[in-house]
Design a protein around this ligand. Sequence first.
Ligand code: ADP
Length: 546
Amino acid sequence: MSYYTEKKVATSHKQDLKVKKQLEITDFTAFSRKELEDMVVGLQSDNEQLKQKEDDKILELKANLEAVIENTDDFIVSVTTSYRILVCNNAYRWLIHELYGVDPKSGDHILGMMDPQTQAFWHPYYEKAFAGQAALTIVNREIQGTEKFYEVTFHPITRANGQTDGATIFIKDITDRKVVEDTIRENQKMLASINRNIKEGIYRSTPKEGLIYVNKAYLDMFGYEKKEEMYSLDVSQLYADPEVYKDTVELLLSGGEINNEEIVYARKDGSHFYGMMSSQVWNDEEGNSYYDGAIRDMTEIIETKHQLREQNEELRKVNAELDRFVYSTSHDLRAPLMSISGLISISKMVDDTEKQMYYYSLMEQSITKLDNFIQDIINFSRNARTEIEIKAIQPKELIQHCQEDLQFASQYEHIRFQIETGEVDTVYSDEKRLSVILKNLLANAARYHDLEKEDPYILVQVHKKENAFQLVVKDNGQGIQPKVIDKIFDMFYRGSNQSKGTGLGLYIAKEAIEKMGGKIWVESALGEGSTFFVEIPQSLQIEAAS
Ligand code: ADP
């Protein structure tokens, strides 16, 4: 047993009652429930007068009303203020029998058939009715194994002089209504929960009013806090391109529907996001049109798509590099080994120490070449595998350091070396990568020099740029032929047969520069010299270093 609700119902029916008594009533179906209730209450309250007057008309009315009481679906009982049953209908008798296993009769105590707990529950309602106030409550009971809900209304029986003689209780089976109400409430709860938790932005708009409903995901997607804020918007503002909005509305109004259309939307802060939208028009009976739709934020998926494309591109590049790498390394590793092996065979055959020494020096060259090659491979692999490590670097010192490392190259002693760092005493960059880049550029500038020139030089400059720094390595050496200049940064590309390098130097430099978000380019004139420019951004790197 549970108690649901209690409402006060307005009491006075006296006015209506007088009017009804003067009517000749034959068709009771023409009366509303309220009117019937009033008549029943009236029948009780004017009982004494009825007896006195013995009026035929009124007796007929009484008979008819009793017939109504019997034929109605409601359970009806009237009691005196001393809790004695005055009159009750068959439906009530049946109900009491089902509930308490007794058959109530006129004169029985209405609470006498109930257990003390039930008595205690009903007692206050009777007291209230006897005090002249109507009351209403809803209870549930198990009848024949099913849960039933009843609306119980207490009407006081009040005489013309205001005295209350008793009460009439109307009990109505509202189980069906309750089930419908509960289902609606459950559905509403479920819908509210779905609308709150669903990731899709759900909305309803009308051509005239704009948005009239949005869920939480919709608000979040567009960066708004309050629904009302969105309801007062011009919907086209939510589109990155208002033309797209126009087309969408036109399509919907011409009876079309939109299915999973990718649309760029604008957030409150002006930023854009990709949404997948589905929408259709719904027309109600009064001819009003509604656009109902859902939007899914696709930003993450589209970003992942882009990321995937980039990764694929990288993979493709790595695969192509690997092919070339295997092909070239097998040649570049074998060539110096074969040459060393040949030189060993020859030197075994000669006794002349001077000749032997010459062969040894040739062997040494092959070994150096092999070592350079392996060093280049290590640098290449390191660039690909290791993360960028930013720190403050003094460029002048780094350049000097790289130059010293290269000093052993024989051409160096004939080349004038000049460093100009101007005001740039610190740059923020990855020292290991920067030194690989510098060494490769310096080694090339020395290797491809023209010692016939009057003043062979290598000039290294450092310039400050907006959010970046620039390295310039300039020589007045052989220069590069225009037809090959586009290829010199390719893997294993050697510009001429004279190249004693691995063909990896500039490729490695370019890879390292790009990894740091920078770029490299060259200006060159054949016979006059070459200038290599390297630009590396710094803004992010300063943040990373600090
Ligand atoms: P290599 O090992 O052949 O030097 P690199 O990748 O370092 O490989 O350079 C590729 C080619 O670019 C070289 O073979 C050479 O023809 C040309 N090159 C690079 N630097 C210079 C320079 N400073 N002057 C002239 N040519 C250069």
